[in-house]
Design a protein around this ligand. Structure first.
Ligand code: ADP
Length: 246
């Protein structure tokens, strides 16, 4: 297991968005999280790298490091948690005034203070890997949505995380650009990356995920291999959701 999370709870004011979630993320596996809008999927993902601070929840990592949000958390612990994962956002969140290459080098240079020659070589490689070698000097506005999202993926990889988190990575894209981004994620899956992907693309989830998690009303309702959860769900709520979206 890469990470086990127990009792993850998060409220915004009176609204309980995550209710005692238990989640195991196996090393080298892909988890896809599906479910209706407002069920807590994005918040769950954001809690995994402390973009949101959970109210409670015990995080136990494969190397023995633990973080218990029910106790007082130090800022350094939040930073340590954040370092372990890379996040790819729905709306890319690139720096508009930096080139594709500069977007990828920014984190390793500024946050990690790594050697610039080494970082530029790494960024070149990563942009090549996502199929953007010839676009590295272009600015976000000169790139299509699919290309911007691929820069977003290269940027997250440049921080050399242990876990990759994707928050509906294709939902802002025109349909014809979805495939190129999903292909990059599939390539990462076949390289053995540990990944958690919130997605509306059920066909993609079926193809890439080792395990699918269906969330509704702040809870995990059902989870298992895609052929079970997506094709032969046990829970009525999962069935209803799949009937609505398929
Ligand atoms: P999903 O990703 O499944 O659509 P979210 O995790 O984005 O669900 O949101 C779950 C609920 O939490 C929604 O009702 C949403 O409005 C609410 N919510 C999310 N983020 C915040 C926030 N920062 N402040 C207040 N409410 C929020």
């Amino acid at each position: 297991m890469y990470l086990s999370v127990k009792g993850l709870t998060k409220s915004f004011g009176d609204l309980n968005v995550l209710d005692q979630i238990d989640l195991d993320i196996p090393k080298g596996k892909v988890l896809a999280i599906i479910g209706p809008s407002g069920s807590g999927k994005t918040t769950l993902l954001r809690c995994l790298n402390a973009l949101e601070t959970p109210d409670a929840g015990l995080f136990e990592f494969h190397d023995g490091w633990q973080l218990d949000f029910a106790s007082r958390i130090k800022k350094n612990d939040i930073l340590s948690l954040r370092k372990r994962s890379g996040m790819v956002f729905q709306t890319y969140n690139l720096f508009p005034h930096k080139t594709a290459l500069e977007n990828v080098t920014e984190g390793p240079l500024v946050v990690q203070k790594r050697d610039s020659k080494e970082v530029i070589a790494l960024a070149d490689n990563l942009l090549d890997k996502v199929g953007l070698k010839d676009k590295k000097d272009l600015y976000p506005f000169q790139l299509s949505g699919g290309q911007q999202q691929r820069v977003g993926i290269a940027r997250a990889l440049a921080m050399e995380p242990e876990l990759m988190l994707f928050d509906e990575p294709t939902s802002a894209l025109d349909p014809e650009l979805v495939g190129e981004v999903l292909q990059v994620i599939k390539d990462l899956a076949s390289e053995g990356w540990t990944m958690v992907i919130v997605t509306h693309e059920l066909k993609f989830a079926e193809q890439v995920a080792d395990e699918v998690i269906f969330m509704d009303h702040s809870k995990i309702v059902e989870q298992g291999p895609p052929e079970e959860v997506l094709k032969d769900p046990k829970q009525e709520r999962t069935k209803q959701f799949l009937e609505r979206v398929l």
